[in-house]
Ligand binder design. Structure first.
Ligand code: UD1
Length: 416
């Protein structure tokens, strides 16, 4: 297993292009199953979660070809309706395939999904939505078997705006007879991206990003070429790395309003932030004040996927910050690792009270999940001395050669 070796203390400077979004890609790859032709997706990053989804599509009988940075998926040849346990367990997004496989083949069998170990992650809302569309679901031994011979559009109210459940229902609704309405859907930009992608194949979905999504059932979706949105969480990770280490970086190819929940906080405590078109520049000089409070929330609230990286900034800021993780029950596993590095953090339930210290120091730590791993990398870049981070396979799920990207900004980090 790879590790990262980080020598801390360098500030970051320069510019970096943000890759396309993992979470958009994962939903869009699932939606490819709905297509009766060929989909070309541009600028597909080499994240391991994306590679695993491509393996699942191949297993289903799709022809998958990587052509440089692009990927082509021919789902006209799809022949299987099952995602075996050994593939499904590797990625959370395998569950997103339920809706599109049922839509396309009327029958889907998927095991309970894997993904980052950050909480219970139930799928009751996914199943509730599918049942409302007239899908018969049988759950046995961790396998979900769904039969939907006659999908019928329905009004569905989600008790919580789950990203995955919204995506699954949107995709199942494409081939349902009549209209499906999702009330209280997730409003994340990745939902709008999925809507735009499906519509580029001839789908009729409106309302993505608002309080109600309306899906009009259609006939066969056709071939398309599509470029997914850029990764707002990677953008935020780079900004937080520069804010923590000091420096002057410009991130390119971003939609600034996708991360204004972060940039507005950074501005509040005195970081200089300049947005221009699809670039964001951050200038960080010295230690800044702590954010008094961070509460993770569904979009457009503060993203849970930036909570660990933000916590690192707070460990070396001036003052006390109270960080509450509202989405995932066990998403504070980076805390003991940061404490090993000298951070002053107290945890009560889902709340971390972070008192800023002058600096962190390097030691051996483990990345328990994707974003916790990104946080430990930032901590290592800031710390005095050497940090060795294991569990890099978790970081590779959603960052492409993170060590190369950060080295290009002046960080001293290598893979061993
Ligand atoms: C997606 C993202 C993940 C991000 C999360 C929240 C992907 C591949 N992953 O995950 O990076 O952290 O959104 O922004 O896009 N819930 C239920 N029942 C359900 C489904 C969810 O109770 O059926 C709860 C979950 O336990 C959690 C909350 O809803 O507390 C949010 O989960 P959800 O929005 O579904 O996240 P994911 O789609 O798994």
């Amino acid at each position: 297993m790879d590790k990262f070796l980080v020598n801390g203390g360098n500030s970051l400077s320069g510019s970096i292009v943000v890759p396309k979004a993992k979470n958009s890609y994962l939903a869009i790859l699932s939606a490819c199953v709905l297509c009766f032709g060929v989909v070309t997706l541009k600028e597909c990053p080499h994240f391991s979660d994306i590679n695993k989804m491509l393996d699942i599509l191949s297993h289903l009988g799709c022809r998958v070809t990587r052509q440089g940075r692009d990927v082509e998926i021919d789902a006209s040849t799809i022949s299987h309706y099952d995602v075996p346990r050994e593939l499904g367990h590797q990625v959370r997004s395998s569950i997103f395939l339920l809706g599109p496989i049922i839509g396309r083949l009327k029958h889907a069998r998927v095991s309970y999904p894997g993904g980052c170990d950050i909480g219970l992650r139930p799928i009751d809302l996914h199943l509730k939505g599918l049942r409302a569309l007239n899908v018969n679901i049988c759950e046995e031994y961790g396998i979900i078997d769904c039969v939907g011979e006659n999908l019928i559009g329905h009004d569905i109210h989600l008790d919580y705006p789950s990203v995955g459940a919204t995506e699954n229902i949107m995709m199942a609704g494409v081939y349902a007879k009549g209209i499906t309405r999702i009330y209280n859907p997730a409003k994340e930009p990745e939902i709008v991206d999925l809507q735009n992608f499906i519509n580029s194949m001839g789908g009729k979905i409106t309302g993505g990003g608002t309080d109600t999504i309306i899906i009009e059932g259609v006939g066969k979706l056709h071939s398309t070429e599509y470029t997914p949105m850029s990764d707002r969480i990677i953008a935020g990770t780079y900004l937080l790395a520069a804010a923590t280490c000091g420096g002057d970086i410009t991130i390119k190819n971003v939609v600034p309003c996708h991360i204004c929940s972060l940039t507005s906080k950074l501005k509040e405590v005195g970081f200089e932030i300049f947005d221009k078109n699809d670039n964001i520049r951050l200038v960080s000089r010295g230690r800044h004040k702590s954010f008094s409070k961070i509460d993770t929330m569904p979009y457009p609230g503060f993203p849970t996927d930036l909570q660990p990286q933000t916590m690192v900034l707070q460990t070396v800021s001036r003052g006390v910050s109270v960080i509450t993780e509202n989405l995932f029950e066990t998403r504070l596993k980076h805390v003991p690792e940061l404490i090993k590095m000298g951070a002053n953090i107290k945890v009560h339930d889902r709340c971390a009270i972070v008192t800023g210290v002058e600096n962190l120091y390097g030691t051996e730590v483990t990345a328990s999940d994707l974003r916790a791993g990104a946080a430990l990398v930032i901590a290592g870049l800031k710390a005095q001395g050497q940090t060795i981070i294991s569990g890099v396979e978790n970081i590779d799920r959603g960052y492409e050669s993170l060590e190369i990207a950060l080295s290009s900004l002046g960080a001293d980090i290598k893979r061993i």
